[in-house]
Design a protein around this ligand. Structure first.
Ligand code: UDP
Length: 255
């Protein structure tokens, strides 16, 4: 990676990069122009907790090109570690901004994942928002291994520069880690990024928290109120906070 390599903070062994949304777009452009395949991840506390019990997920997050800090919990943890990160970069915001860059530069974009029809609707709305955007494919597909061959063939035929995958973590990120190497094309680079519920938000299937709620750092609470089944997943956040504080104490004792 060239001069744009940002500072990294390790939270419970998972690297998170100190980038702004604009810097993440500049690094994406470098990746596409350099050739080869590259992967970004949007790291939130749930990612970090999943990585504690799934070594292959932690290993993947240690070799991705860029891990953006997607969640106030990650910003809080970085402050506890004494290495504050400048801003939250939400996956859906980064995806939308990357589509604007793609429209400017003539890159093709592929949307993989979410429920049938959602990626198509998200693509239509992205084209309205980013005139000139070339969406070369959409497919709901599934992260199941038996579907991978067909999906890889579709993506290779469409030949995108940007591949957004919405299967939720860790499935989307592990899928990319396994299959991106088979998607390498001569002539241009490809960037793959797992985006969780981003297609649902862009398509309007799920509503995002209002800006003022996002600014207060309470988007997680808004999602919990709208999708109460998430409470079990969000219990991981309590354990996350506890582990971060325990690690901070251990570090202070060593100093
Ligand atoms: N999803 C999918 N196939 C699956 C599992 C999930 O397409 O086998 C999609 C689901 O429809 C949703 C996205 O993956 O669009 C995950 O959304 P979620 O809100 O759970 O992700 P998060 O943002 O919490 O990571």
């Amino acid at each position: 990676m060239s001069g744009l390599r940002p500072r990294r903070v390790f939270i419970l062994g998972v690297p998170v990069d100190d980038v702004t949304e604009a810097e993440a777009c500049a690094i994406a452009a470098q990746c596409v122009e350099r050739g080869g395949v590259h992967q970004f991840a949007t790291v939130n506390p749930e990612f970090i907790m999943t990585a504690q019990r799934l070594p292959e997920f932690k290993a993947l997050l240690q070799r991705t090109e860029l891990n953006v800090p997607d969640g106030v919990g990650v910003l809080w943890a970085a402050r506890q570690c004494g290495s504050p990160l400048r801003e939250r970069v939400a996956g859906v915001d980064l995806m939308t901004r990357l589509c604007a860059v793609a429209a400017e530069r003539g890159w093709r974009v592929f949307l993989l994942g979410a429920q049938p029809g959602v990626a198509d609707r998200a693509a239509e709305l992205l084209v309205l928002r980013c005139p000139g955007l070339r969406v070369c494919g959409t497919f709901a597909g599934s992260p199941r291994p038996e579907h991978a061959e067909d999906i890889v063939a579709r993506i290779r035929a469409a030949d995108p520069h940007l591949l957004f995958v919405a299967y939720g973590a860790p499935a989307q990120d592990l899928w990319l880690g396994e299959h991106l190497p088979h998607l390498e094309r001569p002539g241009h680079g490809m960037l793959g990024m797992g985006v969780g519920g981003a297609f649902d938000f862009i398509a309007g299937v799920q509503r995002r928290a209002p800006r003022w709620v996002q600014r207060l750092g309470l988007e997680w609470l808004y999602r919990l109120v709208r999708q109460p089944w998430r409470w079990r997943r969000q219990l991981a956040l309590v354990r996350f906070a506890w582990l971060v504080l325990r690690e901070r104490e251990a570090t202070m004792l060593r100093l």
